[in-house]
Ligand binder design. Structure first.
Ligand SMILES: Nc1ncnc2c1ncn2[C@@H]1O[C@H](COP(=O)(O)OP(=O)(O)O)[C@@H](O)[C@H]1O
Ligand SMILES: [Mg+2]
Length: 278
């Protein structure tokens, strides 16, 4: 009898499921505002494994962006430690271990779509031909093949966000940080992009940290959801979605009882957190 071949690998070569990509320990951050300290994060500990899709959800001002900025070395913690791929955030930034997608697409209007995607590669000194190949690959991945020569203002908001995702993926980071990338989009566009993002994640198995205000979006996309309290942000609950939801997700899973149950638990967590008054 011939042996059954193993299933096709899920992840890209080099990916090792289970390896810790982000390790946050007892993180505290206090901003020194002009007249008083702002306690943004309080004792946050979180370990994110290779291939995880983590959503951070919590009320406005609870420190979600701050947490992402600390991971990206854009903010220095007051206490605690953060490791990205076993390195300090500064080392990880210098090694371009992560791509960052902001809430607004932040594209240069005078550059074509392709030249927006190649910008970080230019900064890295990658030769022109290779830059172009990589940009085209990534644009195809986000469903924008054929739009290379357009300018950002010729695209819809959803397409612009896809360009920024392609740009963040162009230098092949291990980690993708996305801060409310779809927050400003209408629901139908958001649904469409959620579907594309989950498919992209399944294909690449990049480790993703995603900030959202939408419970449905968090449940749909994530392997785990981190529910945060109002400021100072603490972790109230970490919900495993991968156990009850299939890795391959279509929009209709949102009607399933498992999906509803997880959404309910997220909502409960957020409501409990809200009784805290700051
Ligand atoms: N540079 C800063 N100086 C002072 N306070 C800040 C600064 N950045 C953010 N904050 C405050 O820290 C808190 C957390 O902010 P943020 O991380 O942006 O929250 P979120 O992304 O969850 O909405 C908020 O109260 C915000 O006003
Ligand atoms: Mg924010």
């Amino acid at each position: 009898m011939t042996a059954v071949p193993p299933p096709a690998p899920f992840a890209e070569p080099g990916a090792e499921p289970g390896r810790t990509i982000v390790d946050v320990r007892n993180l505290t951050l206090t901003y020194q505002a002009a007249d008083h300290p702002v306690y943004a994060l309080s004792d946050v500990s979180l370990s994110i494994a290779q291939g995880d899709f983590i959503s951070l959800i919590g009320p406005s001002g609870c420190g979600k962006t701050t947490l992402m900025r600390v991971i990206a070395d854009l903010e220095q913690p007051t206490g605690g430690t953060v490791l990205v791929n076993g390195m300090t955030p500064e080392q990880a930034r210098l090694k371009r271990a992560y791509g960052y997608v902001f809430q607004a697409p932040a594209l240069y209007p005078w550059r074509t779509v392709e030249r927006n995607v190649t910008l970080p590669l230019e900064i890295m000194g990658i030769p022109r031909g290779e830059r172009q190949t990589r940009a085209r690959e990534q644009l195809e991945r986000v469903g924008l093949a054929g739009f290379e020569r357009k300018f950002p203002w010729q695209l819809s908001g959803g397409m612009q966000q896809r360009v920024s995702i392609a740009r963040a993926l162009a230098f092949n980071p291990d980690l993708l940080l996305m801060d409310e990338p779809f927050g400003a989009l209408d629901e139908i566009t958001r649904d469409h992009l959620n579907l594309q993002l989950t498919q992209l994640w399944r294909r690449t198995r990049k480790t993703c940290v995603f900030v959202t205000h939408s419970i449905a979006e968090a449940v749909f996309l994530s392997t785990r959801i981190v529910v945060m309290s109002p400021r100072p942000g603490r972790i109230l609950d970490v919900i495993d979605c991968a156990r009850d939801l299939p890795p391959e997700r279509t929009l209709d899973i949102r009607e399933s009882p498992e999906f509803q149950r997880i959404a309910h638990r997220v909502r409960e967590g957020l409501m409990e957190g809200h009784s805290y008054d700051d």
